[in-house]
Design a protein around this ligand. Structure first.
Ligand code: TYM
Length: 340
């Protein structure tokens, strides 16, 4: 990690807008756990306010928020070491979000590729929240003056925007108040692709469940999805360069590497010459052995929702303790009269 004059602090979040996928796990949650265990203060959020930028059934949102909390815990996040909470419970996110809406320029928002992807040709029918989403994300990070943000590749642009927003705030108000947070995009699987189409990212919102592995899938389902994953008829080569133009094959190698903790180079050397008929069962066994204990633990934790809510409530109190004084300073900086 590079030096900054700010105390290192990690913040990241995941939307409880669908089933947590293998992409979220390899791209984000595994990094969260590593960073938790590296001795830096770590804050991980279930961003329910971001989720409602597109329609969420209220009952589903409640269940998915708790399932995401269960996933955090089952994957190794420890509420004694990390602060775990849901965004809506700490009002500083929304309040700082408003101030940052007034710093962020429309031109910057118009460049956000995720909005364009999500809105497609229907931009006029999308919520204002979806458009403003990246400035709320900046508020999530900056409410804690976080310096490091572990994310998958697809969130890089949003973290870079956060840097621009922090910089403009500092510049406009002539302060050195916010750090410019760094995206941490590491590991073999920073962009896990759909199992049905190697040109599309694996996503919790893809209409096809066969396109993704969900963290609560059972062993048979995981094995079936890998068996049916789109591939090509060629055997696997002995180096990554020869996978150019074979995105589905490359994706499965990356997934294998991501789960096993090896580099893709090491994996391809190991499986060189194999047909997918050989490689897929290896991958399925690896995935099942790794993911089944997590799924079992998630099911167990979901049996005691009140314990999950207790952990989230405690996390929200601790998060608010950090964010509230920072927000109070922001109010002073921008000139809000504090009358109570
Ligand atoms: P979200 O909920 O879409 O995804 C959560 C995390 O998972 C990563 N990810 C992936 N990584 C690799 N391969 C994939 N196929 C894949 N799909 C998702 C994402 O990059 C992300 O790290 N805007 C964020 C949530 C957010 C946030 C924040 C993140 C809100 N506030 C503040 C960091 C800091 C999002 O929609 O992630």
């Amino acid at each position: 990690m590079t030096d900054t004059p700010f105390t290192p602090r990690v913040f990241s979040g995941i939307q409880p807008s669908g089933n947590l996928t293998l992409g979220n796990y390899l791209g984000a949650v595994r990094r969260f756990v590593e960073m938790q265990n590296s001795g830096i203060e770590t804050i991980y959020c279930m961003v329910d306010m971001h989720a409602i930028t597109v329609w969420q059934d209220p009952g589903d949102l409640r269940r998915r928020t708790r399932e995401l909390a269960a996933a955090y815990l089952a994957c190794g996040l420890d509420p004694k070491k990390s602060i775990l909470f849901n965004q809506s419970q700490v009002p500083a996110h929304a309040e700082l979000g408003w101030v940052l809406n007034c710093v962020t320029r429309l031109g910057w928002m118009n460049r956000m590729t995720q909005f364009k992807d999500k809105a497609g040709k229907n931009a006029e029918k999308m919520s204002l929240g979806l458009y403003a989403y990246p400035s709320l994300m900046a508020a999530d990070i900056l409410a804690y003056k976080a310096t490091h943000v572990p994310v998958g590749e697809d969130q890089k642009q949003h973290v870079e925007l956060t840097r621009d927003i922090a910089n403009k705030f500092n510049h406009d108000y002539k302060v050195n108040f916010f750090p410019e947070p760094e995206p941490i995009i590491e590991g073999a699987a920073t962009r896990v692709m759909s199992l049905r189409d190697g040109s599309k990212k694996m996503s919790k919102s893809d209409p096809s469940d066969m396109s993704r592995i969900n963290m609560m899938d059972d062993a048979d389902t995981i094995a079936k999805k890998i068996r049916k994953a789109k591939t090509d008829p060629e055997p696997l080569p002995d180096n990554l360069d020869d996978l150019a133009g074979r995105p589905e094959a490359r994706n499965l190698i990356n997934i294998y590497a991501g789960i096993s903790g090896q580099t893709p180079e090491a994996v391809i050397a190991e499986v060189a010459g194999q047909q997918f008929g050989q490689f897929k069962p290896l991958l399925a066994d690896l995935a099942v052995a790794h993911l089944s204990p997590i799924a079992n633990e998630m099911h167990r934790l979901m049996g005691d929702v009140s314990e999950i809510d207790r952990i989230l409530g405690d996390g929200a109190n601790r998060a608010a303790e950090i964010a509230e004084p920072i927000l109070a300073e922001v109010f002073d900086i921008v000139g809000f009269v504090r009358s109570r």
